[in-house]
Every structure is written in structure tokens, then in C-alpha cells.
Design a binder for this molecule. Structure first.
Ligand code: HEM
Length: 491
């Protein structure tokens, strides 16, 4: 009872002091907060929606209190430039919300420092360099052609049955990333177990936003929840990792893959086992969903806009022809296809708030103070739909990128699907190649129409750190190329 009383008094005094500090400091404006929970009660499941609405009222830089944690959200390209370029060094730590983030011993959740710089350099050299992208070109083409073949085989069984594109895209993306990282694709059972572990990870106690963000709730919850669920989950993850990744690697493999290089460094005591697992897990989780999601959104736009689809098919026919499948080397000759992907990334960035950054010291952004420890979100979705930057921003119009050469890899602050600055996605070029190849092949090999009236295609977003279509896209496909091309196998 005494303990409870002391804790409650401490919490109330801390909250009072925090409120006082908040009023005195020159932090950005924001919606009124409620005692202890801040703005958590007002947040819609799609955070971007709440952030955009508040930005209309309070301006392009706002304060949002996630319980006791201050989040500063910026929603204009000018402020994004300040965060990701001018004050990048002070704002490039990570806000880690849950225990599942390897405590920063990996790359994605690591704070900016010696460990981070070493890991980033390693990943860039081993995985994302132009040499490595070229080295794995054939592998990507094999995986994409095998996706085309499986869509074709399913059409042969029943060509009136709508294709649920997500099923094919999820597999091709995971296969490409896993072959790159661990040198093999997963057995169906391993793949299912991987997805189930990722899914479980987001729902574990301690991974929930409410508990993470609200210090007093976190304390209270720790009196009641044990570490059991977390320990059990970690044991399951390690077991999967050992079976699906390590046993195979030690079992011998012709082509050297990323995880082998990591293990060599582990043998020399330069990396811990935790870091090896963290890096592999980072790549598998960051790489597969983002690419599959983007292609699904792009295909949804293709089904909604038949004239765009016809135009890109015309381009593909004239460059690739009807006697072979599209390859990576065709990409530079397919400007309209590239514009379609850019436009899909503009309208539907798979991580609409990027990944949260954290201030390592107090800085001034847009005339306001962003205090040390604050979480910083860049609302890249709002920026890419800002009428100040784009004409008819809500329209899917790939032509806009034909008129003006625009970089989407972090140089142009009006469109930042991969972020920018020190923490920019290291796989931007690799994923652009992967996605253009997969999208180009789907559009060259098949014509796509809606199985429902076009205006009924549900373009709603599903809430989450990554932004899926709420309703998986279903479309009718018909083949466009000679039959023998679909049956070619590269394996
Ligand atoms: C459509 C595809 C992709 C998009 C839109 C995307 C987007 C992003 C974004 C927005 C960030 C955070 C940037 C920041 O915090 O400032 C990020 C980080 C990262 N991405 Fe990607 N990504 C994609 C594909 C991939 C792929 C295929 C991989 C790996 C195979 C990957 C690996 C990573 C890693 C390791 C980081 C952390 C970088 C760091 O913290 O230094 N991403 N990505």
C-alpha cells in the first residue's frame, strides 16, 4: 500500500513538473493534452491522419505527446530538409519503443555512433553496393520469372479467378531478400514460421504503444506482467534462426552470402551473435514487406487507370518485344515504367512516417526548440501530397516525373520514401531495381483488369509502421506473351 502511495505521489509530481516545463519551453504548438496520457486518446489508428489534421490547425511543425514522450512531427519539405540535412547529426538517433529492437545492437535501431557506423559500412559494402546489386542480378531475374510462371500456372487452372497479388508479391520479395542475405529461400514451413514470429513480435506485451509511451503505465504494468511471454518469444526466434539460417550456413554453400561474412567477423570476435541475428532480422523484415507493399499499391493504380497501363505496356512491347521476358538491363530504357514506380512511392510510401528519429541534443527547427530526447517524425506521406509541392497531388499521374527529372532516393525533399541523410535507406537502389523488375514483368506478361467496378477498389490504408492496402488487391489477369515464355525456367 505504502509503495503504491509513494509511486502515485511521485507520478503526480513528475507529471506536474513536466507540464510546467512544457509551458515554459519554446516547443512547437500542438493539440491540447490530457493529464498523464498526453494526446494518446486522440490519435486515430492511422497516425498520419491525425498528424496531418493537426498540422492543418497548428502548422507544419507540431508537438504531440505520446503519454510522457514528446514527439515532434514535421510535415513540410522545408522542415524535412532542416531535420534530415541541416540538423541531421543531432537528430539521427533512434527512438526504440520496444524490447524487440535488439537494444540497438543491430543496425536499424542502433543510435548513431561507432557501432552504427561500422554496421552501416559493412552492410553497404556487402549487400547494397552497385557491385553487389549487379552480382545478384540473375538471382532477381530468376525469382521474378518464377513468380510470373506461378501466376500463369494458376491462370491455366482458372482464368476467371481473381489473382490475389499480395500472395505472389510477398513470396517474391522474401525470396529475393533471403537469397541475398542468407543465400537461400525458405522452405514453406520456415517461411510461415518467420511470418508468424514477425506478427507475434508486434503483439507482445511491452511492444504496445500505450505501455511503451506512458512511463507510469509501463511501471504499473511491470508489476503485473512477467517476462515469460518475451523470453518464450525470443527462444522461438532463436530456434527458428538456428534451424533456418545458421545450420544451413554451416552446412556449406557455394555462393558466399551476407550472413557468412557476418559469421567470419563473429569468429574474429568483431561481432556478437546478437548483432549477427539482429542484422539478418533487420534485412528480412525491412526488405520484404516494403517492396511487396509498394508493388501492390502500384498494381492497384494500374487496375484503376487502364490508360496508364496501356501506355506502359506499349513502352515494354517496344523495348522488350514479345520474344523474351524483361530483364534488369532493360530498366534504363523504360522511363515511363520508372515514373510509375516513383508515382506509386510518392502517393503510397510504405513507411509514411519513415522510422522514428530521436534528438541527441536540443536543436532549433522551424524557430522552435526540439528538446534532447524528443522523438522526431517526418510525415513523408503528407509532404508528398502537399499541394505546395505538387499539382493535383492526390491524382496518380506518372507523367509528372517525365516532365521533371526527380530523385526519390533522398535528394529531393518533396518526395522521401526512403528518407534522407545519414539514416537514409541503404537499400534504396537495390529495392528500386527489384520493384521495377517485378512490376515491369507483371505488366509485360499480363493485362490486368478489376474484378469489381474500378471505383470500388478499396484504396484504404491499414494502420501500422508499414502501410499495407487494407483490402488485398484482387485483379483478373490475361496473358500477353507466347505461352512458351511463361514456362521457361531459369533454375
Ligand atoms: C520500397 C522499398 C523500401 C522503402 C520505401 C524503404 C524505406 C526506408 C526508410 C524510410 C527507412 C528509414 C530512414 C530514416 O530513418 O531516415 C529505411 C531504413 C532502412 N531500410 Fe529500407 N526501405 C525499402 C526497402 C529496403 C530493403 C529491400 C532493405 C534490405 C534488404 C532495407 C533495409 C533498410 C535498413 C537496414 C534500414 C535502416 C537504416 C539505418 O537505420 O541506418 N530497406 N528504409
Amino acid at each position: 500500500m505504502d509503495l503504491l502511495l509513494i509511486s502515485l505521489t511521485t507520478i503526480i509530481i513528475a507529471a506536474f513538473m513536466q507540464n510546467l516545463r512544457r509551458r515554459r519551453s519554446n516547443i512547437p504548438p500542438g493539440p491540447p493534452t490530457r493529464f498523464l496520457i498526453g494526446n494518446l486518446h486522440q490519435l486515430k489508428p492511422l497516425w498520419t491522419q491525425s498528424f496531418s489534421e493537426w498540422s492543418h490547425t497548428y502548422g507544419p511543425i507540431i508537438s504531440v505527446w505520446l503519454g510522457s514522450q514528446l514527439a515532434v512531427v514535421v510535415s513540410s519539405s522545408d522542415l524535412a530538409k532542416q531535420v534530415l540535412r541541416d540538423k541531421d547529426y543531432q537528430l539521427c538517433n533512434r527512438h526504440r519503443t520496444a524490447r524487440m529492437t535488439q537494444n540497438g545492437s543491430d543496425l536499424i535501431w542502433s543510435d548513431y555512433g561507432a557501432h552504427y557506423v561500422k554496421m552501416r559500412k559493412l552492410c553497404t559494402l556487402e549487400l547494397f553496393s552497385l557491385k553487389s546489386i549487379e552480382c545478384f542480378r540473375l538471382m532477381r531475374e530468376m525469382e521474378v520469372s518464377s513468380m510470373v510462371k506461378s501466376v500463369f500456372n494458376d491462370l491455366m487452372t482458372d482464368d476467371q479467378k481473381p489473382v490475389v497479388l499480395r500472395n505472389y508479391l510477398g513470396s517474391v520479395a522474401l525470396n529475393i531478400v533471403s537469397r541475398l542475405v542468407i543465400g537461400k529461400t525458405f522452405e514453406p514451413k520456415e517461411g510461415r514460421e518467420f511470418k508468424s514470429i514477425v506478427d507475434r513480435e508486434t503483439r507482445l506485451p511491452g511492444a504496445t504503444k500505450m505501455l511503451d509511451y506512458t512511463i507510469w503505465l509501463k511501471r504499473v504494468s511491470s508489476w503485473f506482467t512477467s517476462d515469460n511471454a518475451f523470453m518464450k518469444h525470443m527462444a522461438r526466434k532463436r530456434k527458428w534462426f538456428k534451424r533456418a539460417v545458421m545450420d544451413e550456413v554451416y552446412g556449406g554453400r557455394d555462393q558466399k552470402c551476407f550472413v557468412q561474412s557476418l559469421l567470419e567477423l563473429k569468429e574474429k570476435n568483431e561481432l556478437t551473435e546478437e548483432t549477427v541475428m539482429g542484422l539478418v532480422w533487420n534485412m528480412l523484415t525491412a526488405g520484404a514487406d516494403t517492396t511487396a507493399i509498394t508493388i501492390e499499391w502500384a498494381m492497384a493504380e494500374m487496375v484503376r487507370c487502364p490508360t496508364v497501363q496501356e501506355k506502359v505496356q506499349h513502352e515494354l512491347d517496344s523495348v522488350v518485344g514479345f520474344g523474351r521476358l524483361m530483364s534488369d538491363t532493360d530498366i534504363p530504357k523504360l522511363p515511363y515504367l520508372q515514373c510509375i514506380l516513383k508515382e506509386a512511392l510518392r502517393l503510397h510510401p510504405p513507411t509514411p512516417l519513415m522510422l522514428p528519429h530521436k534528438a541527441s541534443e536540443s536543436v532549433q527547427i522551424g524557430g522552435y526548440r526540439v528538446p534532447k530526447g524528443a522523438t522526431v517524425y517526418v510525415n513523408v506521406q503528407a509532404i508528398a501530397r502537399d499541394p505546395a509541392n505538387w499539382s493535383n497531388p492526390d491524382e496518380f499521374r506518372p507523367e509528372r516525373f517525365l516532365v521533371e527529372e526527380t530523385d526519390v532516393k533522398g535528394q529531393d525533399f518533396r518526395v522521401l520514401p526512403f528518407g534522407s541523410g545519414r539514416r537514409v535507406c541503404p537499400a534504396a537502389q537495390l529495392s528500386l531495381n527489384m520493384m521495377t523488375l517485378a512490376l515491369g514483368n507483371l505488366l509485360h506478361c499480363f493485362s490486368w483488369t478489376s474484378s469489381t467496378p474500378r471505383e470500388h477498389i478499396d484504396m484504404t490504408e491499414k494502420p501500422g509502421l508499414v502501410c499495407y492496402m487494407k483490402t488485398p488487391l484482387q485483379a483478373l489477369a490475361s496473358s500477353r506473351l507466347p505461352q512458351e515464355l511463361y514456362l521457361l525456367t531459369f533454375h
